[in-house]
Ligand binder design. Structure first.
Ligand code: SDX
Length: 427
């Protein structure tokens, strides 16, 4: 029997089938079942792809049991505390961190590419007042493809890099325009004198003419600690291997569609409350619970198999330990609570939920821990980010991961169109 193979026996016929094993460099190896149907005449079934590897990737590694996350081999804690979001973008795209000169050039290019074609403004105006920014953001991102059709036929590394840097640079502006339209405020164009994360806060807060809010004691500047907090949060959201929205992006990439409509599809998939939309739902849930006295009642609802209520921000398909990003955000919350006047009432309710859940058999047995969305909302609220913009912020951070995964897919000549089969149970 060959080493590095996996044998299966069909107990109905006694027939033995042998499949190659594909070795990983970290984490589980995989049984190559691409010949399973042709050998056995049967399909495999894996609801939600809990045991299925959809691709080979060198970008992000997650160890769900240890609660470990690495981008290009570098541990998330090191990136979140010692490097900026733009350094992380460069790392994901180029497989290494930039030197000082490379970072300066990358930063400058991103600033210059942050502007949008003027006619995109009219697109936003077509949406009703109060339109949710995730709907307008997904539409505007798809519309961006109409300005850059050359990205459909990228032939070399420079073409991939330009396409990627363009969408990374423009996503904060698209998100800010989506927000400003949702509140009926005039658009604020990016100020290329400001850094990536500062510019986003500027575009959602500034008054026409670029002035910030004036208080009695003078203009309310954007604080350094706010810029750093947002930059860290973007880094924590940058990529996360083959989650639902990245799988959507890769699936659209597999048909040969434009990269920006693939990203638009990723935005749509992320919006669901089971995925990136959870960050918006967590705050709504904490406000609905209202006080620490009510926590027990809602924990009981979450445990009741007949009650569809779920604790938003809890549980994860891969992490069966603390989500390392949640740990970093929790530390950031504690660090910011005085500087940014975090909502102590919501934090108290969140900590009470966490404390009860982490000692309750129902959650322990199912390895349910707080995930990244459990803590981000309180910080976003303290940054003055409106709740409807929580998931668009997730989009800004994740755009880098999506486009890096899209490029990896396109460069892998062995990848095929995504076309699963089914178990037919009809007439
Ligand atoms: C993100 O995949 C990624 O990497 C995503 C993400 C990324 O960076 O891209 O990390 C971002 O999407 C984080 C997850 C945000 N979503 C939420 O916080 C929503 C609440 N969480 C759940 O909906 C759920 O935990 C999921 C969707 C996150 C994971 O679902 P799974 O892996 O399919 O787990 P499951 O539904 O099979 O649940 C297993 C058991 C079930 O109980 P039993 O049927 O075994 O009795 O755990 C229970 C579930 O009922 N359960 C929960 C629960 N989550 C799971 N019970 C109460 N509250 C919850 N939150």
């Amino acid at each position: 029997m060959k080493e590095n193979t996996f044998t299966m026996i069909d107990n109905q016929t006694g027939k033995r089938y042998e499949f190659d094993v594909i070795q990983s460099t970290r984490g589980p190896s995989a049984i190559d079942i691409s010949s399973f149907y042709s050998q056995t005449g049967k399909f495999t079934y894996d609801n939600g792809f809990t045991s299925t590897a959809s691709c080979k990737s060198e970008i992000t590694f997650i160890d769900g049991l240890k609660g470990e996350l690495r981008y290009r081999g570098i541990e998330i804690g090191e990136l979140a505390t010692k490097h900026s979001y733009l350094e992380t973008c460069y790392l994901l795209l180029n497989e290494r961190l930039p030197n000082k000169q490379e970072l300066a050039e990358f930063d400058l290019e991103i600033r210059h590419r942050s502007l949008l074609h003027e006619s995109l403004r009219h697109l936003f105006q077509a949406f009703p007042a109060g339109a949710h920014p995730m709907a307008t953001l997904s539409s505007a991102t798809a519309a961006l493809s109409t300005f850059y059709y050359d990205h459909l036929n990228i032939a070399d590394e420079d073409g991939y890099q330009e396409m990627a840097r363009r969408i990374i640079a423009k996503m904060p502006t698209l998100a800010a325009f989506a927000y400003r339209h949702s509140i009926g405020a005039p658009f604020i164009h990016p100020d290329i004198e400001r850094s990536f994360s500062e510019n986003f806060l500027y575009m959602i807060r500034a008054y026409p003419g670029g002035t910030m809010r004036i208080e009695l004691e003078g203009e309310k500047k954007i604080k350094d600690i706010e810029i750093e907090a947002l930059d860290t949060i973007f880094t924590l959201h940058a990529d996360h291997e083959q989650n639902a929205s990245t799988t959507t992006v890769r699936s659209v990439a597999s048909t040969g569609a434009h990269p920006y409509v693939a990203i638009s599809s990723g935005i749509s998939a992320l919006w669901g409350r089971a995925h990136g939309g959870a960050n918006e739902s967590v705050i709504a849930q904490l406000e609905m619970i209202g006080s620490v006295e009510n926590v027990d009642k809602y924990i009981a609802k979450a445990k009741d198999p007949n009650d569809p209520f779920r604790l938003m921000g809890f549980g994860h398909r891969v992490y069966k330990n603390f989500d390392p990003r949640a740990k970093i955000l929790k530390g950031l919350q504690d660090q910011l609570k005085d500087e940014l006047q975090l909502d102590s009432r919501l934090m108290e309710i969140a900590h009470k939920i966490e404390d009860i859940a982490l000692h309750d058999e129902y959650f322990i047995k199912r390895n349910l821990y707080p995930n990244i969305d459990f803590y981000s909302g309180v910080i976003f609220t303290a940054l003055g980010i409106p709740r409807s913009m929580f998931t668009p912020l997730f989009v800004i951070g994740r755009t880098t991961g999506w486009i890096t995964q899209w490029i990896e897919f396109k460069k892998d000549r062995t990848m095929k169109i995504a076309r699963p089969r089914q178990i037919y149970i009809g007439e």
